[in-house]
Design a protein around this ligand. Structure first.
Ligand code: RP5
Length: 160
């Protein structure tokens, strides 16, 4: 199976990235995690994106906060799908990172998930890989069934 490449702009993004890692692990999807910043280490971020396809990656996930250009910077250097996770920073509740990540110009798309939505980023990456992987698609179907069962269990036990 192709790997998922996860890049975060800073180790302060780790709590959000951990949710993506946990989700990929649960689905037994291979992954690699790096700290490369669009602003502080632009050369490493570019090199990672440019070599990602030949290095066995199928999807990239970029987590960054504030003026969050990481996902866009990766997307500028690969035609692999790039999923952006806007991370909530100390001000503006993540709206800064959300707009910086989602508002990409025509020709260089970034699939942006909700603020701090690490698990959804991993699930979207899994769904992309599952287009060509029936076994992974079955696991995703099974997860939807168990997620629904968990909601209905809560409904049954609701005491209000
Ligand atoms: C972004 O700036 C990072 O992705 C992080 O979310 C934010 C703050 O970085 P630190 O100052 O915590 O390293 O580039």
């Amino acid at each position: 199976m192709k790997k998922v490449g996860i890049v975060m702009g800073s180790d302060s993004d780790l709590p959000v990235v951990q949710k993506a890692v946990d989700t990929l692990r649960a689905l037994e999807i291979p992954y690699e995690v790096h700290i490369y910043s669009a602003h502080r280490t632009p050369d490493e971020a570019r090199d990672f994106a440019q070599s990602a396809r030949e290095n066995g990656f199928g999807v990239l996930i970029a987590a960054a906060g504030m003026a969050a250009h990481l996902a866009g910077a990766l997307a500028a250097n690969t035609t692999l799908p790039v999923i952006g996770i806007p991370c909530k920073g100390p001000v503006l509740d993540g709206m800064d990172a959300l707009l910086s990540t989602v508002q990409m110009p025509t020709g260089v798309p970034v699939a942006t998930v909700a603020v701090n939505a690490g698990a959804n980023a991993a699930l979207l990456a899994a769904q992309i890989l599952a287009v060509e992987n029936a076994f992974l698609a079955q696991k995703l179907d099974a997860k939807r069934v168990s997620d629904a069962a968990a909601v209905l269990e809560k409904d049954k036990n609701l005491l209000l």
